[in-house]
Design a protein around this ligand. Sequence first.
Ligand code: NAD
Length: 282
Amino acid sequence: MAKLIDGKLISKQIKDELKVEAAKLKEAGREVTLAVIQVGNDPASTVYVGNKKKACDYIGIRSLAYELPESTTQEELLKLVEELNDRDDVDGILVQLPLPSHIDEDTVIRTISPKKDVDGFHPQSVGALSIGQKGFVSCTPAGIIELLKRSDVDIEGKECVIIGRSNIVGKPMALLMLRENATVTICHSRTKNLKEVAKRADILIVAIGKPEFVTSEYVKEGAVVIDVGIHRCDNGKLCGDVLFSDVEPIASAITPVPGGVGPMTIAMLMHNCIDAPNIRQD
Ligand code: NAD
């Protein structure tokens, strides 16, 4: 039976550590501030934005909410981002994705100052990660590294297979595992013999976006399995990209869905706010 990697518990530990740091900063006269911009009222985005605000309140980070109508033009949005870039009292800027189709997401991401890019999506942040320099790291992959480390999973020298090559999960995940000295393989929709490749993994990270796709046929006995996926399954319950009931008996450790990777993403967003160059003065 696999050890359950408890993202709920670990994210709470991280948030409690950050709470102490935020209080110390406040004592020194520095209130950490995150600006969150939402355009339109996509219900899922409203839930995500609400959860981010709740986490800010818990830790003691000031959050500024900008709820803009669906009709907001790209020009208006860019103007707001530029104003926030220039404000000394704003440490992080987050634009909730997806944006309405008349706004180009790449242009918006590139307009956020890399010094305030707490989502870690700006090309400069991605570039810094790829050459091992300091910069913001995309929150979901950064959270997975914390999950592994805080669960005492050795990464160095291990075979790590990542299924998925998206810009926000798969690719930065591969770079982070490389930074931790794993031997990394990235699989994607054109990979041949996916089962055989996945079965090589000591650490298998699944971010494929397909409900319960990965079964025990993809997993080596004793592997650590990290499930990034989150879906509403046919029975109405949440499930991941991994068929938990099938994989759990052969894995040595596994993340559940919900309560695994999900809670870590917001915890790492909060970490990025407190670690912002504005705060650290570097
Ligand atoms: P995505 O759709 O952008 O990427 C999926 C990747 O899977 C692609 O790179 C594609 O090449 C690969 N893929 C698709 N079919 C494949 C196949 N048959 N064989 C091998 N590879 C295949 O998804 P994403 O944004 O990286 O997200 C992945 C999952 O993680 C989704 O379920 C998403 O909801 C979830 N997610 C969760 C969090 C969180 O905080 N828990 C954050 C981001 C994403």
